[in-house]
Design a protein around this ligand. Sequence first.
Ligand SMILES: Cc1cc2nc3c(=O)[nH]c(=O)nc-3n(C[C@H](O)[C@H](O)[C@H](O)COP(=O)(O)OP(=O)(O)OC[C@H]3O[C@@H](n4cnc5c(N)ncnc54)[C@H](O)[C@@H]3O)c2cc1C
Length: 404
Amino acid sequence: MNSIVIVGGGIAGLQAAQILQSKGLDFILIEKSMSIGGRVQSEEFKGYILDHGFQVLQTAYPEVQRSLHFSKCDLSYFESGAYVFNEGKFNPFLYPFKSPFLFFKNINSVGASIFDYLKLALIWLKTLGSVSPLNSNTETTTELIARYRFSEKFQRIFLRPFFAGIYLDETLSPPASLFFFYMKQFLEGNAALPKSGMGAIALDLVAGIPKEKIRTGVGVTEIKGKSLLLNNGEKVDFDHLILATDPRNACELLNVTFPDHAHFSSKTFYFSLNKCLETSMPLIHLMPLNSSPLLHFSCLSQVNTALAPEGKHLVSATSLQMEISELEIKKELARVLELSQSDFTFLKSFSIPYSLFKVGNFKQLIHKANENKIVLAGDYTQFPSLQASLSSGRLAAEKILENS
Ligand SMILES: Cc1cc2nc3c(=O)[nH]c(=O)nc-3n(C[C@H](O)[C@H](O)[C@H](O)COP(=O)(O)OP(=O)(O)OC[C@H]3O[C@@H](n4cnc5c(N)ncnc54)[C@H](O)[C@@H]3O)c2cc1C
């Protein structure tokens, strides 16, 4: 029997593992942290459930629909849209087909012109068919937004912060094809949070896998021919290897230089609040770019009450400024929500310097892996998202199934 090893217990590695398990293949998964999930983790802190960085599960992602058990994850949903900050106030900007009454009620206060709505309608039409997340077109999202000539105001208060929040990149450098792909997901599905936090996704994937097949707390330090050297001195032989680490570690293990400027960083702060926000709809609050240290914030307990103890609320606030302090974030939240700083109690923050990776920057790594007959999995092999990590894990498992 050929031996199969998966290195990395993030969503991509776990997806590969659950597919191999379902086909009755033997394997071992090696994860260097003490817990599985990689960049998707949740922890309990003083009765609150905190995700390591603000993330949502897009229910329309094809691979999410195929692989996850929504009923087990017990999902709560954001409304489709966002609070936009216009003239010192947050106004709900809602998807008209899902919330027509509220859309028309707020149509004059969100700061979009009739031409912006018409252009959005054109984009909506384009998302009705099949939309490929990546294609040969080299246009960036910024160029696409400029080409459509959305009003400066609408770009500033909605389009740019909304997509900067998805890409974690203020310059909106990712391909325009991704703009259409993500737009389609938001229009056709919902942004959801599992009851016990995003970490539930990893637990869902791992549910059917026997414990002894997953080894945590031990990392691979070297790949030598058909053997792995582990940081506890052990040597593990393999016939087939799925390398499902993040690209930094994959580059290190395959002796490839990690490209400059190929990653995006973010910092998420959590605060407890005794009262519900006045902007009480389950929507993300967007801040216009370059006007605030905040990129966006949400009262997560208004989406999913299980994330905070009874009578308390949980606010998550994300910034792209890695040096920013909780005090500066608290001051800004108090300013824009017209509350007192003392209303917010800081809980914890998560700095994630390598949050997402730039599309198309890992060709050398992919080439080196192919040369060595090592199968790569991970979102960076496609584009940053749970869709891509699940899909890359599936493709990796299928490649092993073909060859074993
Ligand atoms: C702040 C933030 C916000 C995000 N928001 C969203 C969102 O809203 N929606 C969305 O769809 N996606 C979002 N994402 C992206 C999503 O989380 C990732 O696409 C996905 O988690 C990547 O999974 P992965 O398995 O490809 O990689 P990873 O999660 O990076 O997994 C790699 C694993 O390999 C392990 N590893 C590394 N080196 C070794 C070694 N030498 N030996 C053993 N193990 C090793 C690591 O510990 C890790 O567990 C967000 C990510 C972040 C960080």
